[in-house]
Design a protein around this ligand. Structure first.
Ligand code: FDA
Length: 501
């Protein structure tokens, strides 16, 4: 039955006996709003009409998480879990529908311990990827971890959904480098890989956050990087041949040596080619001369730096600013000024040159945002579709991230642009299903329907096959074993595939 405010009283009574009182914030607490806002990344989900949690718990021990799940199950109060709060639809801390729920914010659980002999680390979900990068590289600058590009992203949500980043062509996604995990399941039990079993361990590495339990900690395999990497950023306008280079890049980008990743950002009437190379300037110039001479990349474009420095470069501007590495990677402050809405696509056949002219015309329109193209290929193409829930492997040329952003009341123009441009792009991208990336969460592609207090597997299939393709069915089966009552639930959680009665 639907949880009521009365059952939330029961929950609070239950939890007060089990955790220190300063870790619990009810709506009456003067710090409630500040704690809730602490990692809200997108002001779209921090308005007067946002459905907010009725309490926030900030555990600093696994036993607090277990207690919250046990009290929640007992009193019928659902929990949402937040690590870094970067979910593009805010599902970690708000509900899209009226719902009584509590928030478990893992920000206090952020220990990172490195085993330098084993090339492994245990990282808690509440750490950010900036903290992870910093801790690893400070211990040994030739050791790294493949993950995404914004330092404030939380490990918990990021690893749950994949982890696309500048080293994926060489080392795969974050999830391809996870060796073990500690998870609190729907019965409040604390499990590791051995006790959760391989099916559940498979599902939590890429099946999306918020479905299978609360992952407290991950054991990761660390990778090697040279003492210096080389990066460049070269922007080309239409007059400078952006379309020809882009058209060729679509085939070259995914087939380059795996230690070279070149992404493209389209905005306005230009394409910015941005590269990270695990090697020296001279060999990069040689490779570029052979593979993509049209870009005219020369040694003057090379920016040698440590891998750690490369992770701190701003994703959007790619210009070194006047803040320290520590400030760039360790700050948890997020600004609530820019509203965003994101969508994603995968391209499996190069888009014809003529079409790029039409695509560029979209960037002159009112409300226009930007798109980022990230090539796959390399190691990504060799990992079988079913190895992890992330199915977009062999055959994918690149992923497109569409970003609409606005301030103040620009939302209608920006989201209208995004929706129409996405419809237009349907001609050129993967179809049947039109694929999407779960970490670029998009509620437009479908939301669960709840019947008899359980999310229906049929409704999940609509969006689930777009994120997970043939892996959706296995995820829904794992959910049926791990959480048949559908306790861990949100608008896009994996529904349990229950046997037909
Ligand atoms: P958040 O805390 O919001 O959680 C996301 C989801 O996971 C929610 O459903 C939540 O309930 C669940 N969850 C969180 N912690 C959990 C836990 N411990 N156990 C189980 N479930 C948990 N992606 C990418 O691959 N590469 C990139 O380069 C980027 N770049 C990027 C930049 C910016 C500015 C943003 C806002 C986002 C990205 N992303 C990205 C997307 C990012 O990977 C995605 O939003 C992650 O889910 C964020 O993880 P957080 O822990 O911050 O999210």
């Amino acid at each position: 039955s639907a949880p009521s405010l009365a059952s939330s009283d029961g929950f609070l009574q239950c939890i007060r006996e089990k955790i220190p009182s300063q870790l619990l914030y009810t709506q009456c607490n003067t710090n409630f709003t500040a704690v809730l806002a602490s990692s809200v990344r997108n002001p779209r989900f921090f308005t007067n009409t946002t459905v907010r949690p009725i309490f926030v718990i900030t555990p600093n021990d696994a036993s607090h998480v277990q207690a919250a799940v046990l009290c929640g199950r007992w009193q019928g109060v659902r929990l949402r879990v937040r690590s870094g709060g970067h979910d593009y639809e805010g599902l970690s801390y708000r509900s899209a529908r009226p719902e009584v729920f509590g928030l478990l914010d893992l920000g206090n659980l952020r220990t990172i311990s490195i085993n330098q002999w084993e090339y492994t680390a245990w990282v808690d979900s509440g750490a950010t990827i900036g903290e992870l990068y910093y801790t690893i590289a400070k211990n040994n600058p030739e050791v790294a971890f493949p993950a995404g590009e914004c330092p404030t992203i939380g490990v918990g949500g990021h690893f749950s959904g994949g982890g696309v980043g500048m080293m994926m062509r060489k080392y795969g996604l974050s999830i391809d480098n996870i060796l073990d995990a500690k998870l609190v399941n729907a019965n409040g039990e604390l499990l590791d890989r051995a006790t959760m079993g391989e099916d559940l361990f498979w599902a939590i590495r890429g099946g999306g956050g918020g479905s299978f339990g609360i992952v407290l900690s991950w054991k990761v395999h660390l990778v090697q990087v040279p003492p210096k990497v080389t990066v460049f950023s070269i922007a080309k306008t239409l007059e400078q041949g952006a379309i020809d280079i882009l058209t060729k890049w679509q085939d070259v980008g995914p087939s380059l040596p795996s230690n070279l990743m070149i992404t493209v950002m389209l905005s306005g009437q230009q394409a910015a080619f941005r590269a990270m190379y695990l090697g020296t300037c001279s060999s990069l110039v040689a490779t570029m001369g052979e593979q993509l001479p049209e870009l005219n990349m020369t040694s003057a474009d090379c920016q040698p730096m440590t891998w750690l420095q490369s992770t701190a470069l701003s994703f959007i501007t790619f210009s070194s600013n006047n803040i320290t590495l520590e400030e760039a990677l360790l700050s948890r402050t997020t600004s609530l000024s820019t509203f965003t809405k994101v969508k994603s696509d995968y391209v499996t056949r190069a888009i014809p040159k003529a079409a790029w002219k039409d695509i560029f015309s979209w960037f002159t329109m009112k409300g226009a945002g930007l798109i980022v193209l990230e090539p796959h290929g390399g190691l990504m193409a060799t990992i079988p579709t079913a190895a992890t829930p992330y199915p977009h492997r062999s055959g994918v040329l690149y992923i497109i991230q569409y970003i609409a952003f606005w301030q103040g009341d620009g939302g209608v123009a920006a989201t209208t642009w995004l929706g129409s441009f996405y419809d237009f792009m349907g001609h050129y991208v993967s179809n049947n299903p039109r694929q999407a990336y779960v970490n670029f969460r998009d509620l437009d592609i479908g939301q669960n329907v709840v019947a008899d207090d359980v999310s229906s597997s049929e409704s999940g299939k609509v969006w689930g096959e777009r994120y997970f393709m043939s892996n959706y069915q296995r995820l829904a089966s794992v959910k049926a074993t791990a959480d048949p009552m559908d306790y861990f639930r949100n608008e896009q959680s994996i529904p349990p595939l229950l046997p037909v009665p």
